[in-house]
Design a protein around this ligand. Structure first.
Ligand code: BTN
Length: 330
C-alpha cells in the first residue's frame, strides 16, 4: 500500500518515461535527470511496476515505458495547463482519508490560491450533510481546489454553482453525454448522480480566508455498489466505454480557471446565467424540498446571482432557497 504525498521523484521518473515513450532511456540519464543513483532508479522502476506501470528493462541499455495506467500524475496534468493558476501546484496521493480534509489543512497552513489535492483513492471521502462519498480506487476523480477569492463569506455560495457549471461543461463536452445539474451542485446523467461538489471554507468575522472546492466524479466504475445503484451512476456505465481520468482532470481544471475568471470579471450574474442554461432545475421544474421538519413541493422560478434557487410553493408563497437539498417530482 502506498500512502502519503507521492514523492516528486516518482512523478519526475514517470514524466521522463512518458516524454520518451517510444525509446529506451539509458539508466544513467534517468538517474541524473531524476536526481537519484542508478541503483535507486531500479528500485523506483520496481515500485512503479507495482503500481501497474509497464516498464521494459533492456539489459545494459536502459528502460522503456510500455504502458502507462491512467494515474493522475501531477506532471502529466500540469504540462497541459499553461499559465493557469488553478493546478499550478498539484499534490497527489495514492491513498488518503479525504482530499478536502487535506486541502483544508493546507489552506490553514497558507497554501496558495489554485493549489490542488488529488487522490487515486479516499478512505473517508465526504459528501454533503455528513454523507460518505464512495471513492473506489482509480475509478473516480477525487480532487480539491484551494481558492482565495476576494469575497466576503456571504458571497461564497456562487463558487459552488461556478464549480457545477465548470464540471458540467467538462463532462458534457468530453463525453457527449447529456449532463444536467441539480441545484445546488449535483451532476446527473439520466437522473442519476455522476458527480458531486462539497464546498468548505475557512473564514472568520466577515473575512474569507480560503474556500476548498471538493469535486468527486464517478468515471470508470463498471458498476455502482448495490446501495447506490438506484441513485448513482458513472461515465463508463452511461457512455459504455472507459474514459481517461487524466484528460477529464485537465479539462476540469481549465474550465474551473475559465469560470473563476468569468466570475471575477463579470460578476455572479454571469455564473447564474450559465448555470441556468446548463440545468433543467433552474426554471419550471417541479421539485420536492427535503427538510428535517417536513418536505414540501414547489416549482422553480430561477436562480439568483447569489446562487439561491427561487421557488413558488403550491400555495403561492415564494422563497429563495440558500441551502438544502431538492429532488425532482415526477
Ligand atoms: C456531494 O455531492 O455530497 C459532494 C461530494 C463531494 C466529494 C468530493 S471527492 C473529493 C473531495 N474530497 C471529499 O472528501 N469530498 C470531495
Amino acid at each position: 500500500m502506498v500512502t502519503g504525498v507521492t514523492e516528486r521523484k516518482i512523478d519526475k521518473l514517470i514524466e521522463l518515461l512518458v516524454k520518451n515513450a517510444t525509446v529506451v532511456v539509458p539508466g544513467p540519464k534517468i538517474a541524473s535527470q531524476v536526481g537519484v543513483t542508478r541503483f535507486a532508479v531500479s528500485k523506483w522502476v520496481k515500485r512503479l511496476r507495482g503500481l501497474g506501470v509497464e516498464i521494459k528493462s533492456h539489459a545494459g541499455t536502459g528502460y522503456q515505458l510500455v504502458k502507462m495506467p491512467d494515474i493522475l500524475v501531477p506532471s502529466l496534468i500540469q504540462g497541459e495547463l499553461g499559465e493557469s493558476e488553478i493546478g499550478h501546484s498539484i499534490i497527489h496521493h495514492f491513498r488518503i482519508d479525504s482530499t478536502n480534509t487535506a486541502a483544508m489543512v493546507l489552506a490553514q497552513e497558507g497554501a496558495a490560491h489554485g493549489t490542488v489535492v488529488v487522490a487515486e483513492e479516499q478512505t473517508a471521502g465526504r459528501g454533503r450533510f455528513g454523507r460518505e462519498w464512495f471513492s473506489e480506487k482509480s475509478s473516480g476523480i477525487y480532487l480539491s481546489v484551494i481558492l482565495r477569492p476576494p469575497f466576503s463569506p456571504a458571497a461564497a455560495p456562487i463558487l459552488t454553482l461556478m464549480a457545477g457549471v465548470a464540471a458540467q461543461h467538462t463532462l458534457a463536452s468530453l463525453t457527449g453525454l447529456n449532463v444536467d445539474i441539480r441545484w445546488p451542485n449535483d451532476l446527473l446523467i439520466n437522473g442519476k448522480k455522476v458527480a458531486g461538489i462539497l464546498t468548505e471554507m475557512n473564514a472568520e468575522l466577515g473575512r474569507l480566508h480560503a474556500v476548498v472546492l471538493g469535486i468527486g466524479i464517478n468515471v470508470n466504475n463498471s458498476q455502482m455498489p448495490a446501495a447506490l445503484k438506484h441513485i448513482a451512476t458513472s461515465l463508463r456505465i452511461e457512455g459504455q466505454r472507459p474514459w481517461s481520468r487524466v484528460q477529464i482532470s485537465i479539462a476540469l481544471l481549465k474550465e474551473l480557471e475559465r469560470h473563476y475568471h468569468l466570475l471575477l470579471e463579470n460578476g455572479s450574474a454571469a455564473i447564474a446565467e450559465r448555470w441556468s442554461a446548463a440545468s433543467s432545475y433552474a426554471c419550471g421544474k417541479r421539485i420536492r424540498i427535503v427538510s428535517a421538519a417536513a418536505d414540501s413541493d414547489a416549482t422553480t422560478t430561477g436562480v439568483d446571482p447569489s446562487g439561491a434557487l427561487r421557488v413558488r410553493y403550491d400555495d403561492g408563497r415564494e422563497e429563495a432557497l440558500v441551502a438544502g437539498e431538492v429532488t425532482e417530482v415526477k
